[in-house]
Write a protein that binds this ligand. Sequence first.
Ligand SMILES: [Zn+2]
Length: 370
Amino acid sequence: MKRQKDAGATGEGNDLPCSVGLGHGRRVDMVRAPGWLRYAWLRHGFSTRAGGVSTIYDSGASVGSLNLGWTQQDDPANVAENRRRFMAAIAGVPTQTATASCSKPSAPCSLSPVPCLVTLRQFHSGTVHHVEAEDRAQPARLQTADGRAVLRGDGMMTGVPGVFLGIQTADCVPVLVADVRRRAVAAFHAGWRGTLARIVERGIGTMRLRYGSRPQDLVAIVGPSIGPCCYAVGEEVRHEFESQFAYARELFSEVYDSDPVREKYPLLFLTARAPGHSNLGPQIHLNLWEANRRQLLDAGIPARRITVIGECAACAGVGAASGRKYFSHRAESGFTGRMMAVIGVAAAPAKAVKPTTPERWRLGGPCAVR
Ligand SMILES: [Zn+2]
């Protein structure tokens, strides 16, 4: 495991994010919070571009990228293979031995140690679902035969072992939450609209109701997504946030264009536009990481149990030899793939084990419908 230092990360026990790679060739790299690895029953990870077979979003590149969304441009066979690789990495099994995936959850996959993946038809809402054992027994409730999501919403929670929750993003904020006492997990998709709808704060309320979760038993990660460095929004978004959050002013910053030509010759740019149409004013940048951290705090989770990965989807890796690290809808003008944030309770081993005991995946366990 390679630990990756990131000054932007915060959280319990100096909880720096790490990259984990599995498989041959270009590895499936994902970002995780090392502090969470102490929980043997808990699985989680945030995908990056690295490790897939898609080529549509990386013209000229010698290796494919890990597009995990059923986008219009990409070949579904590539997406299915990318999902298989990523879920194998999440489950901690060698990619080459993970011969089946739950992209077809209605098919038996008793030979695969790869867990079942549940995704959503996301629409920037505050809608949250909980996935129960009976849903797993009827996979058609959750996904179509070819792996497409059935449920509409932007948050999910479950306490069912072997059911892994996947949130897809390409700038929006994925937030993962785990109740380490009750062994329940949740995943949220929080763009500005979902954040405004308090999806994380309200979702944790639902966890309390559904699982009896206590805030002090929860841990949370705010995942890679567009950062305050790059997320310019309109004035109307600021007004919406100010109407809903007493701390809204702390979430916005004004960023001035640093064009050196403008700085040297400001008069050249002062005369061209009519009053009210100047583009010389500051851009308004929104900090969705902090907005969602505040919701986690307001839900009662102690600050030391919250990790902010702090890597911007739009600019992380740009200019580096390895290239752009994430997919970004903004930075790539909409022509881009999708990352996935996944969390789940590991499938129950054959015998109950203490949380600190290394866990074995029971063959035939995770995806078998019981
Ligand atoms: Zn950025």
